[in-house]
Design a protein around this ligand. Sequence first.
Ligand SMILES: Cc1cc2nc3c(=O)[nH]c(=O)nc-3n(C[C@H](O)[C@H](O)[C@H](O)COP(=O)(O)OP(=O)(O)OC[C@H]3O[C@@H](n4cnc5c(N)ncnc54)[C@H](O)[C@@H]3O)c2cc1C
Length: 510
Amino acid sequence: MLVTDARVRAAYAEGAGIYRILPAAVAIPESQDDVVTLVRQAAESHVALIPRGAGSGMPGGNVGNGVIVDLSTGFSDLVVDPHSRSARAGASVTWAEVNDAAKPYGLRLPPDPSSGAFATSGGMVATNAAGPRTVRYGSVRTWVEALEVVGADGVLRTVTRGEKAKFDLSAADRKLIASRFPGTRKNSSGYALDRFAQTGDEVDLLVGSEGTLAIVTEVHWRLDSIPPHIAGAALGFADLQTMTEAVLYLVSLKPSALELLDESLLQFVPEAPRVACLLLVEFERETGAAARGVVGDAVRGLKHSVIHVQTAVNRAGLEQLWSVRRLASPALARLPPTQRSLQVIEDGCVPLAALGAYIAGLRAAADRRGIPVAIFGHAGDGHVHVNALPDTTRDGWREAIHGLFDDVTDLLLRLGGVPSGEHGVGRLRAGILERFYGADVMQLFREVKRAYDPLSILNPGVIIPATDWSPVAALKVGAGAAAIPEDIATRLREVERSAAWATPKLELAH
Ligand SMILES: Cc1cc2nc3c(=O)[nH]c(=O)nc-3n(C[C@H](O)[C@H](O)[C@H](O)COP(=O)(O)OP(=O)(O)OC[C@H]3O[C@@H](n4cnc5c(N)ncnc54)[C@H](O)[C@@H]3O)c2cc1C
């Protein structure tokens, strides 16, 4: 189905990030054959295709002025095989659906994006999504066994782990990659050439390629046993340096999650302890004694540095402790309508030892630019989310946001970080990749793109920047926003505020 109705196009003009870009049309394929036909037609007519799942991706990879390919509904098959501990999930199947089906067998898909209720299998693979438990279990890349994809040549194929890619690296390329890829624990910033250089595995190249190399129609997930015992703690600190040292210690104890709430976020939660930053740590173990024991080790090891301690020895207690994290979201959603949460510096990741310096730098840049921020994230991976909260009635807010983007890019470069730990590059970060990797690695990225998509019909402008790249343009906010019907704009805003990304976008148009 190809739709050019103006209201439908408007309903697909926004994703979770900052952009509003009206697509030329929307296609809603219902089978692999539909996708094949669509890609062949696009190749003939040189039309850009923008693959899309729930639209919850932040950096604008899910919007564009070509044809949106909505894969959020037509690919819903899901089969769990407990014997091989695996699941075959159509591109539309969400993380929550995979886990609900796996749970009766004592299995799960360990990386746990907070957006799991709506993030689709296709979208998670395309962004190399991750979550709190990534500190122990890796990002989704680790858990992909095979992918069914339609390439830019319009051919449907299944790529299984161990298969060689359409692209090869020379010895000199490998040396370059080893010298230029940053040493962060997570990275969703461009093609994963570092991993690909180690494995030569096509799956590793396709995961995280953000719809620019192929359209994913099915994912074969590897599943893992749900560990039987869990315990954890909430630990408060008076300053960022002490917190960073605590993170290095806690990571050595192999936590299954180690999350950070900065005071800039805690201020929105009246129930939260008054500390400069709070770490929430979770340990999964095979026995209750082991889980309780490691919490004891954590608290004893940090007794001279914490200013607030609460422990929990079971799942219910831990959920209670972690409720502070969930309470922040509704508080942020209640901000006055003039103060918008904009995702422009929301996904930076730094080497662990630089975590405190990064947060201090973020706070300083936000002060300098006069933009309030709320900072939180995955401390155990050195990975920090930031909601920038400008008052969009203030003169110069747009320039201030652009300035913040530039300042934080410089900061990440100085600290040896990357601009995305899990959300991807999208359109937002495409133009800064070269600063992180250098011109030669960027050239390799272009060669990868050419090998898979010589006509550049798959998500052009994402990862490889458009010639007119501009990060803070085509915004959904402010006077210059593209005109769409008022009722649809209101519904899209409501989807954003309530994170209702599972809503079928066609419904917004009716
Ligand atoms: C409230 C909230 C919380 C979030 N928390 C997390 C989190 O904890 N961890 C995390 O990693 N992310 C998080 N995200 C970001 C987002 O949910 C993830 O990036 C998710 O993986 C995107 O899935 P989606 O189905 O919404 O994809 P979309 O947003 O529709 O697309 C994202 C990218 O994937 C490509 N794509 C989508 N489907 C396909 C396909 N079938 N084939 C090829 N390419 C495709 C698109 O072209 C685009 O580049 C959060 C977002 C929100 C709004």
